[in-house]
Ligand binder design. Structure first.
Ligand code: HSE
Length: 377
């Protein structure tokens, strides 16, 4: 028996319970062992839940139980999630997580501690919800040089932009809807201001280039300034507006940014709508590979969490982990101001003009009447 503890019994924690119990027999057959949820840690009680008697409020019960093989951290936020994860790894327990904030901020340290203690720290669910992307980047693309990664990495904002585009929906009403569906973060500012996507592209960049860029160094713009008029202008150009996390190497440094971009209908990311995420990885040998699926929500995210639990149960210390990721400093990051791409200006009279970023200076003077400026992908 492989005993686990769930930390945080919110949307993803409860989804993990559902995946593990509903599919218990197929999981047991594939793993060759039974995965048992021994504890659930939460501040709340769940008296009517079938596993209500497994709820504990004191983390030391889990930490000090030698039967616990793995801790699945789905608490959200940096603290105490980071502290609990570190303590579990130091006790020789595997840790899996959906918590992109902890992975982006402390992943380098936690991976190192896992290695030192002969256990694994896995985070498939931290990027792209249920989409397998972390493991494929570590394993299946290991023989490729990564030219660039471009992704729709936040389900909430993609849902909002899609509803605005297809139904002319109101921004704040649609955000409430996304919250009710369990897509948004506890504080949805992280979604709409782009921070969540910044954490995710930082994690992907660390796998692509071996450097974890601090989120504070990721140029980040959200979708709060996008209007229905911008969306209609994009359509007239055969484009959709998507919040894109993008990373690539330029002159030996890492370019990394999250910005709303105009995505042409010829690009497969154009068709990634609603809560779905899409991640395009361009490589030197394979060429372009696309990863697509539900980027948020209870069961899709839990599906990725359970994939990591299975990996740890089957492979232990040898489960899929990146070899070496080090922390990046400012020198590693290509300055956003020097990044060149095509830009579309929308003017007060509704006209549009597509220029290169260098030519764009001509439109930033007073009295020109540019009301928005959107970068092409
Ligand atoms: N709030 C996140 C999103 C959840 O909307 O994508 C999944 O990471």
């Amino acid at each position: 028996m492989f005993n686990i503890a769930i930390l945080g019994f919110g949307t993803v924690g409860q989804g993990t319970y559902e995946v593990l119990t509903q599919n218990a027999s197929i999981i047991e057959k594939r793993v060759g062992d039974r995965i048992n949820i021994k504890y659930i840690l939460d501040l709340r009680d769940f008296p009517d839940h079938p596993y209500g008697d497994r709820v504990v409020h004191d983390y030391s019960v889990i930490l000090n139980d030698p039967e616990i093989d793995l801790v699945a951290e789905m608490m959200g936020g940096s603290h105490p999630a980071y502290d609990f994860s570190k303590a579990a790894l130091m006790e020789g327990k595997h840790v899996v997580t959906s918590n992109k904030e902890v992975v982006a901020n402390f992943g380098v340290e936690l991976l190192q501690i896992a290695r030192e203690n002969g256990v694994c720290y896995l985070f498939e669910a931290s990027v792209g919800g249920g989409i397998p992307i972390i493991r494929p980047m570590i394993n299946d693309l290991a023989q490729n040089r990564i030219i660039s990664v471009s992704g729709i990495l936040n389900g909430t904002t993609n849902y909002i932009l899609t509803q605005m585009s297809e139904f002319g929906a109101d921004f704040s009403e649609t955000l409430k809807d996304a919250q009710a569906k369990g897509y948004a973060e506890a504080n949805p500012a992280a979604d709409i201001e782009g921070t969540d996507a910044a954490r995710k592209i930082a994690i992907l960049a660390s796998l692509a280039y071996g450097k974890m860029i601090p989120v504070s160094m990721v140029h980040t713009e959200g979708i709060t300034k996008i209007t229905t008029a911008d969306i209609e202008a994009a359509k007239s150009l055969g484009c959709a507006i998507k919040l894109i996390g993008h990373t690539c190497e330029i002159d030996g440094r890492i370019f990394i940014a999250v910005t709303p971009r105009l995505v042409s209908e010829r690009d497969p990311l154009h068709g990634v709508c609603g809560v779905f995420n899409g991640i395009s990885v361009d490589t030197d040998m394979l060429g372009r590979a696309m990863f697509y699926g539900r980027g948020a929500g209870k069961l899709p995210t839990a599906s990725a969490v359970v994939a990591d639990i299975i990996d740890a149960a089957m492979n232990g210390e040898s489960a899929t982990a990146p070899c070496s990721i080090t922390s990046a400093d400012a020198e590693c990051v290509y300055p956003f101001e020097e990044y060149v791409c095509e830009v579309v200006y929308r003017f007060t009279d509704g006209s549009l003009k597509k220029v290169t970023e260098r030519e764009a200076d001509a439109f930033t003077g007073e009295g020109v009447g540019a009301v928005s400026r959107l970068r092409m992908l």
